[in-house]
Design a protein. Structure first.
Lengths: 997, 96
């Protein structure tokens, strides 16, 4: 199909460079440099989508990022399907595939459009009012219905195969927006030689010079000047020019986030990232974000073919596309006249200009009249003909009365005036003020080191804009420490200028009418909806917004907010600033999750920590579990074993001969210095001063509130040196906790703390044969019970490398923990494994470690405690130094609630039937016959099958548990109630004889 | 993202190097074991949570690892000043 609306010789695209694309399966031709919107319009396609709520046919409203209507899906391949892409922003590439959204079975005939007929039932606040009763219908009926109707476009169902890049950047001057103002500011700032970054969301810099045919600067037309200026900037070493880059978030201390679309415009992106996130810190920011044209609010103003005047000019002057053959214009200011004039000069018939102003006058009006265009002053458009495309407008005097006239058109250019883009200024926490004379919100009080210039600052006219922007750019550079001149100042020779316009609804859509005159196209909010919200009691614009959803779509009300505000103010009988303005929030335009996430996904989402012996475990078939960032060997299944069988075998083997366990993930902190013991006294509940060098002690650490924070075995290597171990998960926070007290509460103590978790690999050798296994490899340490009793530590060598050898046990068996420098971890493990094989030892994982310790009633902080458990609750009163006058938590332990009777205490549970294994986390009740909800008196904290005991075992926190020994309690489950008996916490070797066995 | 001046490193560093550590100038009583329940409540649970100028502790955890104090405006998040742990609460704030 020929591009019948492309005007040969018009626009700036090389029309010979063609590109093919499809829309809803139909193939069209376009030109390199087109947007999808301009290419569709070149083919005479205006109908591109269906609206969100009423499924009304919609066309293309704008030529930029503010587009609320022309949202399409872009499909590159099965996994690259992007919904809700604005056709006005998507650049055309050869082979582009676009599909329309929110329609079934087709865009031209959409069953969902029945919503439009039923619209009296779907008015503002519909959801809040309709889905209230009956309560039971919510889950079965309302929620499924709302969910199926909600959302626009179809999300891709495969994971995103693209990659996204991220950059940090610093500069002295950051210019946001590359129109005339931004270019002038950047030219001025760049003269200083300081680092300047200028970004713009479009593919080329130039902003509104793209359509302003009347601008001339430095002897060139405006657009050509902009390209030359951009090239000059790009050639400077101190300037970075970023195109296709949207500043979407303005954060504290001039930290601005930019999203650069790197390859969405390319036919074959190759290895390029799809998008790149720039996080820029600037000394000074120049906001040159321009302004956005508003539409007119009149009945059925959403018909395809109704378009902003500046958009029609852009399509004509830049893309060489006429938006119709017989266009009408409806406006309340001068700028739409420029569109009519441009189109007329290009040979397009302009059927009429309808102007709400009574006696429009001025050079633009005169020029239009001189070109023979009919001007209907003091009149408004009260009706449009056509459904899938506007076919006529009906014009009526503004003040009512006779004189209604219908004029045939195939497109209608509208303009109600321009809204300064104060979004980023507002995001910077600056306060806007309403200028009543020009009816605009403008930057008022600044909160950061930034300055607004040009249209976003309410400055009208190109010459004034460039003066202001150039001065601001120079000032920003000077404030950032640079020197500037005036050499690069552009000279404006001709420009267009307009201002004013109107806010709110026009004739035919006044209060009392029931027509659909759209304020917010994307969320289908009409003038009537806003008036209704006010009538139903919404007083502030924040409430009106939420009740009607005005401005809450992904376009964030760029075209609609001011109209909505004005209509609400009128209905409330208040001035606009009294009704208030909603808050602008990041992102300015939608940003993909990919851009925000960048490289931090998959394997790079979070670091993975592996121990020195990880490779050995992998080679020996370990199944791993994640413990924080660590990968820990969970169990080592042998031929055909499931987890249960493997764990049972490992548990029995350790108690029969021995087992090797990788305990390297334990947190390890070296506490060193003349006051090390004094510091340990303060950090742990236990006494440390009298602990001899070479001995170990189990330490309990509390928070100031008296609850258990961490635990671990501590070895005293020397008078002034402690080797402290922490739980795996607690390593970092225990270090932080210790540093906090040392630096801020006890800075007088001469102590140094060093994290040594990564420096020492730890191999636990547990079981009756443990000494036999390590003995042949150890040098310089007497391993006899007399020389090295349980809970002692020695330094020496193993396999020729240094070791800190602990005699300790987390299994209840005779045991050692062999600490060696991490680099030797795997080699020493291999040597110990070779010895172990001689004694039928096994390698065991964390699951067996857990079962063995539970058999002995050893607790795990964070599993058997939950941050509300005291040492007494856990049966650890013996670990609290009774004679101590201070330690962290000493006062907290005396709080009335912590010494009260009836606290939950840690006890053992035996199920009545030994084969039944309780579920961890299950609740415990005293009387299962009570009505639901029953009084729960505790919960199961640890529960396992114990092959060594031949039955299930469990630990639980139970109210007054230690006084309930022998009592029968109940664990109600969904399918049955389990009977349990309260017992002590030790299930195996109660006397503890095996520690020396 | 904020820039925070570490008073030990004597330079501004990005927020991600730091960790907030609660209100500043809440000293642990030296005779903590013998204080009353009310005194413990004041020390451990009660915080000013001021709207406006707040005195708080930060740690340069991914830098020099030192704890220090900062004065910040909780409305604007602007850092007014930072100073070393143990230094007295400043009587006069710059620019206030």
């Amino acid at each position: 199909m020929a591009e019948s609306f492309r005007l040969p010789g018009r626009g700036r695209l090389a029309q010979a460079r063609t590109a093919r694309f499809t829309f809803d399966g139909k193939s069209y031709g376009g030109v390199a440099g087109d947007t999808l919107a301009s290419a569709l319009l070149a083919n005479g396609v205006h109908l591109v989508g269906r609206s969100f709520k009423y499924h009304r046919p919609r066309g293309i409203l704008s030529a930029g990022a503010e587009e609320p209507n022309a949202l399409v899906g872009i499909h590159r391949d099965a996994s690259r399907k992007t919904p809700n892409v604005r056709a006005t922003v998507q650049e055309l590439y050869d082979g582009l595939t676009a599909v329309s959204q929110n329609r079934w079975p087709s865009l031209g005939f959409d069953v969902g459009a029945v919503n439009d007929l039923a619209s009296p039932f779907f008015s503002a606040g519909f959801y809040y009012k309709t889905f209230m009763w009956p309560k039971a219908a919510w889950k079965s009926l309302y929620e499924p219905f709302i969910r199926s109707a909600a959302g626009l476009g179809v999300a891709p169902d495969q994971s995103d195969p693209d990659h996204y890049a991220a950059r940090f950047a610093h500069c002295e001057v950051l210019v946001l927006g590359g129109g005339a103002a931004g270019l002038a500011a950047a030219l001025a700032a760049a003269e200083s030689g300081l680092r300047v970054i200028i970004c713009d969301e479009q593919a080329e810099l130039g902003g509104s010079l793209r359509f302003e045919s009347g601008a001339a600067i430095d002897g060139q037309n405006g657009w050509d000047w902009a390209q030359a200026a951009a090239a000059r900037l790009a050639a400077m070493d101190n300037v970075r020019v970023l195109t296709r880059t949207t500043a979407f978030g303005y954060y504290l201390q001039n930290f601005v986030a930019l999203a650069e679309r790197v390859s969405d415009h390319l036919s074959s992106p190759g290895g390029l990232p799809r998008e790149r996130l720039w996080q820029v810190r600037a000394k000074r920011v120049v906001l040159a974000t321009g302004s956005i044209e508003r539409h007119m609010v009149f009945p059925d103003n959403d018909r395809p073919g109704v378009m902003l005047a500046s958009a029609a000019r852009t399509y004509l002057n830049h893309y060489g596309v006429a938006v119709g053959k017989n266009v009408g214009v409806y406006t309340a200011n001068d700028s739409a006249y420029a569109g009519a004039i441009d189109l007329k000069k290009a040979g397009v018939n302009v059927a009429a200009i309808v102007d709400l102003r009574d006696n429009p006058s001025g050079p633009m009006v005169d020029e239009a009249r001189a070109l023979g265009i009919e001007i209907h002053g003091g009149r408004g458009v009260v009706r449009v003909g056509g459904r899938l495309r506007v076919s006529s407008i009906t014009v009526k005097p503004r003040t009512g009365g006779d004189g209604e006239r219908t004029i045939a058109v195939d497109a209608l250019l509208v303009s109600a005036g321009w809204t300064p883009s104060v979004h980023l200024f507002s995001q910077s926490r600056g306060k806007v003020t309403f200028n009543d004379e020009v009816k605009r919100f403008l930057p008022g009080t600044y909160a950061q080191d930034c300055i607004s210039v040009g249209a976003c600052n309410g400055t009208d006219g190109l010459a004034a804009t460039i003066d202001e922007a150039y001065a601001a750019g120079a000032k920003a550079a000077r404030e950032a420490g640079g020197k500037t001149g005036k050499a690069a100042k552009p000279k404006v020779e001709a420009s267009e200028s307009w201002s004013r316009g109107m806010l709110g609804a026009g004739p035919g859509a006044e209060a009392g009418t029931t027509v659909k005159a759209f304020v917010d196209f994307q969320n289908d909010v009409t003038a009537k909806d806003i008036r209704q919200a006010v009538r139903e009691g919404m007083q502030s614009i924040e409430h009106v917004k939420r009740f009607t959803t005005n401005g809450m779509a992904t376009d964030q009300g760029k075209t609609s907010n001011m109209h909505g505000l004005a209509i609400a103010a009128e209905e409330l009988g208040k001035a606009v600033p009294e009704v208030g303005l909603t808050t602008f929030r990041a992102p300015y335009t939608p940003v993909t999750f990919g851009t925000i996430v960048g490289h931090a996904r998959g394997k790079l989402f979070d670091p993975t920590r592996r121990t020195a012996m990880h490779g050995w475990a992998e080679r020996h078939g370990a199944v791993f579990e994640d413990v924080g960032q660590w990968k820990r060997a969970w169990y080592f299944p042998q031929r055909g074993e499931d987890m249960h069988a493997a764990v049972n075998r490992e548990c029995v083997t350790v108690r029969k001969s021995a087992g090797l366990f990788d305990a390297s993930t334990l947190g390890k902190i070296e506490v060193v210095g003349p006051d090390a013991a004094a510091f340990m006294e303060l950090m742990y509940t236990n006494p440390w001063q009298k602990l001899e060098a070479g001995r170990c002690r189990y330490g309990v650490m509390l928070r100031e509130d008296g609850f258990i924070y961490d635990d671990g075995v501590v070895g005293r290597l020397a008078e002034d040196r402690f080797h402290v171990t922490t739980t795996t998960g607690g390593a970092a926070r225990v270090m932080n906790h210790m540093e906090d007290y040392l630096q801020t509460e006890f800075p007088h103590l001469k102590v140094w703390l060093t994290s040594i978790s990564e420096q020492w690999a730890v191999i636990a050798v547990q079981g009756p044969k443990s000494r036999d296994i390590i003995a042949p490899l150890v040098e310089g340490i007497d391993l006899s019970d007399e020389a090295m009793p349980h809970m002692s530590v020695r330094e020496g060598r193993i396999c020729g490398v240094p070791t800190r050898l602990f005699r300790m046990s987390f299994s209840g068996e005779r045991g050692f923990e062999v600490n060696v420098p991490a680099d030797y971890g795997e080699a020493v493990w291999e040597a110990l494994w070779a010895q172990g094989r001689k004694h039928d030892a096994c390698a065991y994982g964390t699951e067996t470690m857990h079962v063995l310790r539970a058999e002995k009633g050893y607790i795990i902080v964070g599993q058997d405690t939950d941050g509300t458990v005291t040492p007494n609750d856990a049966g650890l009163d013996w670990a609290v130094g009774k004679k101590k006058t201070d330690f962290v938590g000493i006062r907290g332990l005396k709080r009335p609630d912590l010494v009260a009777e009836g606290r939950r205490q840690l006890v053992g549970l035996r199920t009545r039937h030994p084969d039944v294994v309780l579920e961890e986390g299950a609740q415990i009740v005293a009387d299962p016959k009570l009505p639901v909800p029953m009084k729960m008196i505790g919960h199961v904290t640890s529960s396992y099958w114990s092959e060594n005991c031949g039955r299930s075992i469990a630990l639980a926190l139970v109210e007054g548990g230690r006084k309930r020994m022998g009592e029968t309690l109940y664990v109600p489950m969904p399918d049955r109630t389990i009977e349990v008996e309260v017992t002590g916490m030790v299930f195996f070797d109660e006397k503890g004889e095996r520690l020396n066995g | 993202m904020l820039l925070i001046r570490c008073p030990y490193c004597e330079e501004e560093r990005p927020e991600i190097e730091f960790r907030h550590a609660g209100e500043a100038h809440v000293a642990r009583p030296t005779d903590i074991a013998s204080i009353s329940d009310e005194e413990f409540e004041t020390f451990f649970f009660i915080r000013a949570n001021t709207r406006g100028t707040v005195y708080e502790r930060w740690r340069h955890v991914h830098g020099c690892a030192r704890f220090f104090n900062a004065v910040r405006d909780s409305m604007s998040d602007r850092f007014i000043m930072t100073y070393k742990a143990g230094d007295p609460k400043p009587k006069k704030l710059p620019g206030v």
